[in-house]
Ligand binder design. Structure first.
Ligand SMILES: NC(=O)c1ccc[n+]([C@@H]2O[C@H](COP(=O)([O-])OP(=O)(O)OC[C@H]3O[C@@H](n4cnc5c(N)ncnc54)[C@H](OP(=O)(O)O)[C@@H]3O)[C@@H](O)[C@H]2O)c1
Length: 326
């Protein structure tokens, strides 16, 4: 089968598409014919060996995928050949086939394309867990989304609207702000401007943000916290800008505010029932059309490097997807 293979941790330009043997199917596992794989920020870090955990070499990158069950001896988890699924694993999705345990996949609602399914689970689960389970975002509250046109950011914009919040989307370019507005943001803001907090104050009608969704980090995070409303909740999601900010402890005191951590990787381990509830809410919204996840750009498997580059050069809108089967 064709697969992207990382033999040495390196920039994506040095990573090759290769012909490799298909993975072996162990009892109780499923073989999936992968149709599409989503590429996230973490995948780029893993290829370069810069993520907090390193995949042993050689490995096939790609954690999120959608496809069709090709083999399911004994019907593990009730799955059988021909069923369409979406899933998440530690690695291996940028390949024509992947072998997974049944717990790694969910059945796909009818009518959802492989591209949508492959770009859905990580970002939308992160956004829903953060906004609902951690910040208890209530209808009518004001939600500030930083990096709002990125993969997790645009998911937070859409989920924020579904939860009834007034969403203010912060992004660095007019194209990104327009993209966020098109996905439902009530107001947009250019947070590269020195006076962006004054603009935020006006947009939030002097009240501040009740909830801040923050996948960006760096100095922007501290500035944003300074604009939080009384009893506001600031969600620590990621550090796309590179620097991990340090918040002076007097600010939560003065603001009556809270800093809340969000870690997608720990939800299935620490809160498995919560994860099931949230996934079922997400797939319900998907199935009834209330949620239409955004696919950023779709690339052919041969062009996988371009998918990584687009994300790494801060030019991505939404999530990058690699189409694997025609
Ligand atoms: N906690 C969790 O469970 C979890 C889950 C998924 C992802 N994450 C983390 O969240 C972060 C964002 O992930 P994502 O998938 O949303 O990434 P993304 O699609 O690349 O979006 C990140 C956004 O950050 C902004 N940004 C600001 N400075 C940047 C810089 N120097 N380089 C790149 N982007 C910059 C960009 O928006 P502007 O250009 O508009 O500023 C960009 O759209 C990553 O650190 C990722 O590891 C965490």
């Amino acid at each position: 089968m064709k697969a992207v293979v990382v033999e040495q941790y390196a920039p994506v330009d040095q990573i090759q598409l290769k012909d490799v043997p298909a993975p072996r199917l162990e009892p109780g596992q499923l073989r999936i014919r992968v149709e599409a794989a989503g590429i996230g920020f973490v995948d780029g870090l893993k290829v370069e060996g810069r993520y907090q955990t390193k995949d042993p070499l050689p490995f096939i990158p790609g954690t999120e995928f959608a496809g069709v069950v090709a083999e399911a001896p004994g019907r593990p988890g009730g799955y059988q050949p021909g069923m369409r699924v979406m899933g998440m694993t530690r690695s291996g999705a940028l390949a024509e086939e992947i072998v997974v345990d049944p717990e790694a996949v969910y059945a796909l609602p009818d009518g959802v394309t492989a591209e949508v399914a492959a770009s859905f689970r990580a970002n939308y689960l992160t956004a829903l867990y953060a906004l609902s389970a951690r910040a208890t975002l209530a209808a009518g509250e004001q939600l500030l989304v930083l990096g709002a046109a990125g993969g997790t950011g645009i998911a937070a914009v859409q989920i924020g609207k579904l939860l009834g919040a007034r969403v203010i989307a912060a992004a660095s370019t007019p194209e990104k702000r327009e993209f966020a507005r098109g996905q439902g943001a009530d107001a947009v803001i250019d947070y590269t401007q020195a006076d962006w907090r004054d603009t935020l104050k006006e947009l939030a009608h002097g009240h501040g943000a009740d909830v801040i969704f923050d996948p960006v980090g760096g100095e922007i995070s501290v500035q944003a916290f300074r604009s939080i409303a009384w009893r506001g909740r600031h969600l620590v999601v990621g550090f796309a800008a590179g620097a991990i900010p340090a918040l002076p402890f007097n600010l939560p005191l003065l603001k009556g505010g809270a800093l809340l951590g969000v870690d997608l990787a720990q939800i299935p381990l620490r809160e498995p029932d919560m994860q099931k509830r949230l996934i079922s809410q997400l797939t319900g919204w998907l199935a009834d059309g209330q949620l239409k996840p955004v696919v950023g750009h779709v690339f052919a498997l041969e062009d996988f490097r371009e998918a990584f580059r687009t994300m790494q050069t801060r030019s991505a809108l939404g999530k990058m997807v690699v189409r694997i089967a025609p």
